[in-house]
Design a protein around this ligand. Structure first.
Ligand code: ADE
Length: 301
């Protein structure tokens, strides 16, 4: 990396990062939990508190400085029992470490693959928890933009936790966003049409795709090619399996409205009997959270 790039990066990073000198002695890196294009997530052991944590390791390339900073800033601003907590950010010259709460039961995606599809009672409970997390984000003007089963983790108590804010955006109410973003089978139709779009409704659409997947074990839109898939999404061409109860089918239909302004807001979903009547009961803040290395958490503005 050029010296000038590094200087710029360091200035940019100062705003939201802390430097941890004892990182290598405090954290013992263990197995890999997941891998992305520019990052890897590993389980690690925090020696002073004997706690498992998840560490996202990101390469500080010039073009990634700003997204890394945004991800850290957004996660730092969030505190909710159904959102993976960011404990600590450690900046090195070439690498940034995001030290996060560890969810021992892994991705919801893997659970769905393992059991085929979820029971309605489990779906109602987990989905209600995810809706609570998304409501909290939208209330804090954060749009996730990549809600999907592999970004929902399950903790040791069986509770859902939203993770990976790498594509999230901070929005001013009414502000429109631009640019394709997210994971194609979960993408709202307006994202595929080169128009500016409102942030929150794209999360609502993805929740519809997720709810469908949890109950059926399949994605609602599966086109064999990009063109087919896009066409299915744009025309909201899906059919709900007959075993899904009528109240949940109606929720899926409402969430997957082609017109974003006709989709319910997250507050309207919260008031739906499916969510209101579920035993979502927010998990108590886990012992992990109270013990883990948060006291020294991020310094910053
Ligand atoms: N995979 C990605 N992030 C994780 C986390 N925080 N806990 C467990 N597995 C993960």
């Amino acid at each position: 990396m050029m010296e000038q790039d590094l200087k710029m990066m360091e200035q940019d990073l100062k705003a939201c990062y802390s430097i941890e000198e004892n990182f290598d002695t405090n954290y013992k890196m263990l197995n890999t939990l997941g891998e992305g294009k520019f990052s890897v997530v590993k389980r690690a052991f925090h020696v002073p508190t004997s706690t498992s944590v998840a560490v996202k390791i990101l390469q500080n390339t010039k073009e990634y400085t700003s997204p890394i900073c945004r991800e850290a800033r957004i996660m730092k601003s969030l505190s909710h029992p159904n959102i993976i907590k960011l404990f600590h950010v450690v900046q090195r010259r070439e690498i940034t470490y995001l030290v996060m709460e560890y969810a021992s039961e892994g991705e919801l995606q893997d659970r769905i693959i393992k059991v085929g599809s979820l029971e309605e009672s489990e779906t109602r409970r987990l989905f209600a928890q995810i809706v609570h997390a998304v409501q909290y984000c939208h209330d804090h003007h954060i749009v996730h933009r990549d809600i999907k089963a592999s970004n929902i983790l399950i903790d040791c108590r069986g509770n859902a936790k939203l993770c990976d804010f790498g594509l999230a955006a901070e929005v001013i109410p009414g502000q429109k966003l631009a640019g394709f973003c997210g994971t194609l089978p979960y993408c709202a139709p307006e994202l595929l049409q080169a128009v500016k779009y409102e942030g929150p409704p794209v999360d609502i659409w993805s929740l519809g795709v997720l709810l469908f997947l949890m109950l059926s074990g399949n994605l609602p839109f599966q086109g064999r090619s990009f063109v087919d898939l896009k066409q299915e999404i744009i025309s909201a061409n899906f059919s709900i399996p007959s075993h899904v109860s009528i109240d949940i089918s109606n929720v899926i239909i409402e969430l997957l409205m082609i017109n974003p302004s006709r989709r319910p807001t997250i507050h309207q979903i919260m008031r739906h009997p499916m969510i209101r009547g579920s035993e979502a009961c927010l998990p108590p803040t886990s012992t992990q959270i109270s013990q883990a290395p948060q006291a020294t958490a991020l310094s910053g503005p």
